[in-house]
Design a protein around this ligand. Structure first.
Ligand SMILES: [Fe+2]
Length: 540
């Protein structure tokens, strides 16, 4: 029996009708010479008509057919799936382990934990390698009245494909208690240090809304015309804590996250995550006790296979070294993450011949024109501390100093629900308004992946609290458009970043940045030392 749903959304013919007002489609905020902010909305403007769009999916998959999201900033949450009746494996996702010769894979079944394996190889007709899975299951929220659990997961399988040929196309097929899936293609990570161009998608704050489906659909379309090596999800993944806008409550009136949302999200992204490594980092909606509605990172850990401790980790793909940071726990110098962060950046930077590109990805940005939600002031927001939470001290100077000292090129973020890209910047105000030969990190927020968007109106509400004046470091931002982002590392000195607006095949000019740097990636500190040495030499 074939598992037709593996290409769940891809096989569903779709009709997309985005009915946004024309003025919302030319959105980039322009900055005048005197640094006055040109808001896309006039100050004091009242809430206007909600964005209107219609999504009609016509297909044979009942669970995703008939989606009609026509109200709300991000559309109605799509109907949550009940996957408990599914016979075949589902929620298939790949992930890198940190070795170019390996790829981890997870899938879920309902009926069996035996005879679960993945067969793989270099040719569709020769899937000669086999890896059997280990599996686990979890229960969520016991109902004291009915004496039953609100939710019991399927069997979540994890397997490791080894002996891959770096950079080569491979094929795999899941074998589940005698049934076989479709054969799916993926590319193994290029060998560390190779000069092969590397391409990644990246997105944040997605959920399971109408817009989430549309953005995911756009990424699938891009995958039809381009081979990507992986996907970066900068936290706030499924929003299981707020099913249909509400926090579910148990018999004792305690809130809890709705786990069906995780299953729905897993199915929604399967056409992306089953074909390339889907690398995630937890956001506040996975890790923070309140925002995750008591998941507190436990469900994230059960559903993802990331390297290291799965919250902060690193992995290399060819010429690029990615470092994931968990922004809802301390990264102070004396903290475990802080020490790890310093060590990994030091190690990577000592091997820039191998990894000329160093990319950090995380959930909360430190540079963002949102003055509270983005933590760009370097201070923590009070709502993320409390008697039940470990002390969170915010961003201390070590973090940014380490970014600069070790020549981090790009920092990817989510959390703030808009698109924003900085110039190369350090110390808040030291900005170079050029992407040529960059010396400081460029911070990119791609928090427009599906969840409701924030607006550039100066207010005191914490989600919409923006400064009257646009910070100097802002190069581009957009708050009226959902979308996903892409990074294409052409070679050792040039990378192209682009944000693709939802429903559009090509990126708009204002959403594209070509970033170049000198060969060898001389970090700022070494550059300064070099200048001093030259000056001394000249004086002598
Ligand atoms: Fe967030």
């Amino acid at each position: 029996m074939k598992l037709a749903f593996i290409l769940l959304i891809a096989t569903v013919s779709s009709e997309l009708d985005i009915n946004l007002p024309a003025d919302l489609l030319s959105d980039l905020v322009e900055r005048s010479e005197d640094n006055e902010l040109a808001y896309s909305l006039a100050e004091g403007e009242e809430e206007e008509e909600p964005y209107k769009y219609v999504i009609n999916y016509e297909g044979t998959i009942d669970d995703f057919s008939g989606i009609n999201a026509s109200y709300g900033k991000c559309g109605k949450e799509i109907e949550q799936l009940d996957v408990s009746k599914m016979k075949a494996p589902h929620q298939i996702r790949l992930s890198y382990t940190g070795k170019a010769t390996e790829m981890a894979i997870t899938w879920t079944t309902n009926d069996t934990t035996e005879h679960e394996q993945v067969n793989y190889g270099l040719m569709m007709t020769e899937l000669n390698y086999t890896s059997t899975s280990i599996s686990h299951q979890y229960k969520w929220r016991f109902n004291e009245t009915s004496k039953e659990w609100y939710y019991t997961s399927g069997f979540i399988h994890e397997a490791l494909m080894i002996n891959l040929i770096p950079g080569r196309i491979h094929y795999y097929q899941i074998e589940s208690n005698g049934m076989k899936s479709e054969i799916i293609k993926f590319v193994a990570a290029p060998e560390e240090g190779s000069d092969i161009p590397v391409s990644f998608l990246h997105v944040g704050d997605v959920g399971t809304f109408g817009t989430s489906v549309m953005v995911t659909n756009d990424m699938m379309k891009r995958m039809e015309v381009k081979q990507f090596h992986g996907m970066i999800h900068c936290g706030d993944i499924s929003y299981a804590n707020k099913y249909d806008g509400e926090r579910p409550m148990d018999a004792k009136n305690k809130t809890f996250a709705e786990q069906k949302v995780w299953d729905t999200w897993g199915q929604m992204v399967e056409p992306v995550g089953s074909k390339m490594a889907y690398m995630a980092v937890p956001g506040n909606h996975e890790l923070d006790i309140w925002d995750s509605t008591n998941e507190n990172g436990t469900i994230y850990a059960k559903r993802f296979i990331m390297p290291g401790n799965e919250r902060y980790f690193s992995f290399a793909v060819g010429m690029v070294h990615f470092v994931a940071v968990s922004t809802d726990e301390s990264i102070d110098a004396e903290s475990t993450q802080g020490q790890w962060f310093k060590n990994i950046l030091t190690e990577v930077n000592e091997n820039r011949d191998k990894w000329p590109w160093l990319v950090v990805f995380q959930h909360r940005p430190i540079y963002n024109s949102n003055k509270i939600h983005g933590n760009w002031t370097g201070k923590n927001t009070p709502q993320y501390s409390g008697p039940d939470l470990p002390p969170f001290k915010g961003w201390k100077d070590q973090y940014e100093a380490l970014l600069v000292e070790h020549g981090v090129d790009i920092v990817l973020n989510g959390h703030v629900h808009h698109y924003e890209r900085t110039w190369p910047v350090r110390n808040r105000v030291e900005t170079v308004k050029s992407y040529k030969n960059v010396k400081y990190p460029v911070h990119i927020t791609c928090g427009n992946g599906g969840k409701s968007l924030y607006r550039f109106v100066p207010k005191t509400d914490y989600e919409d609290s923006y400064n009257e004046t646009l910070p100097l470091f802002v190069a581009a931002r957009s708050n009226r458009l959902w979308g996903h982002c892409e990074l294409e590392f052409y070679n050792r000195t040039t990378v192209k970043h682009a944000m693709y607006v939802m429903g559009e095949d090509t990126p708009r000019e204002e959403h594209v940045a070509v970033i170049t740097k000198s060969s060898g990636s001389m970090p700022a500190c070494f550059f300064n030392l070099y200048l001093v040495a030259v000056m001394i030499f000249v004086m002598i």
